[in-house]
Design a protein around this ligand. Structure first.
Ligand code: ADP
Ligand code: MG
Length: 314
């Protein structure tokens, strides 16, 4: 049974790559890293009831399990190549596994990601994906490079996924729920930021929390103007202004890229991000100090409440 499932997964996700010497089916995959490239490696787990609501479609779970990982590679500026998939399943539900593999493949194919192995076990539903990507040597986009005077930018729009979570079961806000279920990893955007952005992170836990990680790693502070936060039409149509601001600041799961760069590159980067289809918006600046500060309507700066998601928060 287990082997039938693995075979179905292999068939549904087939992706030919010259650098996969041995893929699914042996004790380990054998892969070739191109000369002059470093490997960027990331892993993320989706636990039922924690990372996706009960009742989420298998297709969306498969898509999202890969998407959150590709988003981590994007935030490093890496080009995705290979993935591993570990499935812990309550039972050998073939239809569920096929749906999951189809969702995974729908995102893997356009990025030419080959599934090269994994593990299949029985237990409470949990899906783990690991990804490997390539970086030109020494060019990974780290969290630690932000400098005082840099501009803070973010791709796309913020807050949709958090709003989508509120919309589940209401029969409204389908666009918002889709942002939650099938996030778009900003892989091309991350690649284009290599050599230009001084620091980069993907917004998975909430903007304030994730920009806070850049601040801590870089030894700087950030000032954000909430009025500048990019919010979608769909979000603004359904929620009051105050709510959209809260979703954009502290809502997780958007998988946009938040990055810093010297101000002289803002125009070029904005044009490039528009060309790539996601766009990017200037939302603040890096200053001396610690933590993330927000401007109030009178223009005064205040420390932002962190908000974002913490699995082990008391
Ligand atoms: P082993 O006992 O050597 O760990 P497994 O039975 O776990 O072997 O796996 C057999 C083959 O199938 C291996 O190549 C493994 O990488 C692959 N595999 C197992 N589960 C998955 C999965 N969920 N997705 C992709 N490949 C898998
Ligand atoms: Mg195994």
């Amino acid at each position: 049974m287990e082997f039938d499932l693995i075979e179905r997964v292999r068939d549904l996700t087939a992706q030919a790559r010259d650098d996969v010497l041995t893929g699914i089916g042996d004790d380990a995959a054998v892969l070739t890293v191109p000369a002059g490239r470093e490997l960027a490696v990331a892993m993320d787990t989706l636990v039922a009831g924690v990372h996706f609501p009960p009742g989420t479609r298998a297709f969306d779970i498969g898509w999202k399990a890969l998407a959150v990982n590709l988003s981590d590679l994007a935030a490093m500026g890496a080009v995705p190549a290979w993935a591993l998939l570990s499935m812990t399943l309550p039972d050998a539900d073939c239809a569920f596994v096929e749906g999951l593999a189809e969702g995974f493949a729908a995102l893997a194919a356009p990025h030419r990601v080959a599934l090269v192995g994994g593990d299949t076990t029985r237990g409470p539903l949990s899906i783990t994906v690991a990804v490997h990507g390539f970086l030109p040597s020494g060019q990974g986009l780290l969290r630690s490079g932000a400098n005082v005077g840099d501009v803070v930018m973010v791709t796309g729009t913020l807050g949709d996924a958090a709003a989508g979570l509120r919309c589940i079961g209401t029969g409204r806000g389908d666009d918002l729920v889709a942002r939650l279920d099938r996030p778009t990893p900003r892989v091309a955007a991350g690649g284009a930021l290599r050599g230009v952005a001084t620091a980069c992170i993907d917004v998975s836990d909430g903007l304030v929390a994730d920009l806070g990680h850049i601040c801590r790693a870089s030894g700087v502070a950030a000032e954000l103007d909430p009025a500048l936060l990019p919010r979608s039409e769909a979000l603004r149509a359904m929620f009051a202004d105050n709510d959209t601001t809260a979703f954009a600041l502290t809502g997780g799961d958007d998988y946009e890229l938040c990055f810093t760069l010297p101000s002289q590159h803002v125009a070029d980067v904005s044009a490039e991000m528009a060309r790539l289809g996601c766009g990017a918006t200037r939302i603040g600046r890096i200053v001396a100090g610690q933590g993330v500060r927000l401007a109030d309507t009178a223009g005064q700066w205040h420390a932002a409440a962190v908000g974002g998601w913490d699995h082990f928060a008391p």
